[in-house]
Design a binder for this molecule. Structure first.
Ligand code: DQA
Length: 147
């Protein structure tokens, strides 16, 4: 069975009440529950982890070695700042999809650059919670499952 790890970075624990005009009303719990349902349909074992701390995300990426075949990551603001997350993803050499709820390219210029995107299998943004399901389907398809 394919094993996939979903990582969510800072402030994504506040989805729902957080800037609903930008990010929508769905909570992270709800998004994860929907993704778990899709994962079950696709025959994928999904593990979910959220942290507001860069080092905790780095540790969880390291722990994914031998535990997962691929990663989905919404690194939040760390997308635009974190060489440490980039290096961790490269160190474990697992395929990953970068995703965002909002279309970061239609927002402030500082959100247009990602430290992860050029190393990602693909990048999905702008579809709200659907970004998560599209990312899972893309990753599973790449890994040879039925995305
Ligand atoms: C985000 C976009 C980031 O720029 C922002 O810092 C977030 C959320 C998104 O999902 O749209 O925290 O990753």
């Amino acid at each position: 069975m394919l094993r996939v790890l979903l990582l969510n970075g800072p402030n994504l624990n506040l989805l729902g009440p957080r800037e609903p005009g930008l990010y929508g009303c769905a909570t992270l719990e709800g998004i994860e529950a929907d993704l778990r349902r899709l994962a079950t349909e696709l025959g994928v074992a999904l593990d979910c982890f959220q942290s507001n701390h860069e080092g905790a995300l780095v540790d969880r990426i390291h722990a994914a070695r031998g535990q997962a075949e691929g990663l989905l990551i919404n690194a939040g603001a760390y997308t635009h700042t974190s060489i440490a997350l980039r290096d961790a993803l490269l160190a474990v050499a697992l395929p990953f999809v970068e995703l965002h709820l909002s279309n970061v390219h239609g927002r402030e210029a500082f959100r247009h650059h990602s430290f992860l995107a050029d190393k990602a299998l693909g990048v999905i943004c702008g579809f709200g919670p659907t970004s998560y399901t599209l990312a899972l389907r893309g990753l599973v398809d790449h890994l040879g499952g039925v995305g």
